[in-house]
Design a protein around this ligand. Structure first.
Ligand SMILES: [Zn+2]
Length: 143
């Protein structure tokens, strides 16, 4: 058994390709390893940003759209403050999700092959944020 230099999993000594990450094990260069490490770093960064966007989004949803409304309602205060605040929070969350997507295109230029499915989560998060933001904005506009 030997260790795949890319994904660090155990593979057969005579394998030409890693059965886990599919990389060529006959032509292992320092450059290829560096590129694959960069790739892992970028993938992690995309995931971290998508998670952050989701956390900010849910923070806005729970604190602004729900908690503040409940509190103000209990105090009989009628204001659109919370909905404006949540719109601002969703914009920040959306910007973070866009940053995650931007990372993907940034490395494409450098020749690092980050797979398309890495975009699924940030795109999904962004769609949900935009959808809720639009619902909020239409709520503001309709009074
Ligand atoms: Zn591998």
């Amino acid at each position: 058994m030997k260790t795949c230099p890319y994904c660090k999993k155990k593979v057969d000594d005579d394998s030409k390709f890693c059965p886990f990450c599919g990389r060529n094990l006959t032509k292992v260069t320092k450059q290829a390893i560096a590129l694959s490490e960069e790739e892992t770093k970028i993938k992690n960064r995309i995931q971290a940003l998508a998670n952050l966007a989701l956390i900010v989004f849910f923070g806005g949803l729970i604190i602004c759209d729900w908690l503040l409304n409940v509190l103000l309602g209990a105090m009989n205060i009628s204001t659109k403050g919370p909905i404006y605040l949540s719109c601002a929070v969703y914009l920040v969350a959306g910007a973070i999700a866009l940053l995650a997507i931007y990372q993907y295109f940034l490395v494409k230029k450098k020749g690092i092959a980050v797979e398309n499915h890495e975009l699924v989560v940030p795109l999904g998060v962004l769609s949900v944020i935009v959808l809720v933001l639009l619902i909020n904005i239409s709520g503001v506009l309709m009074g």
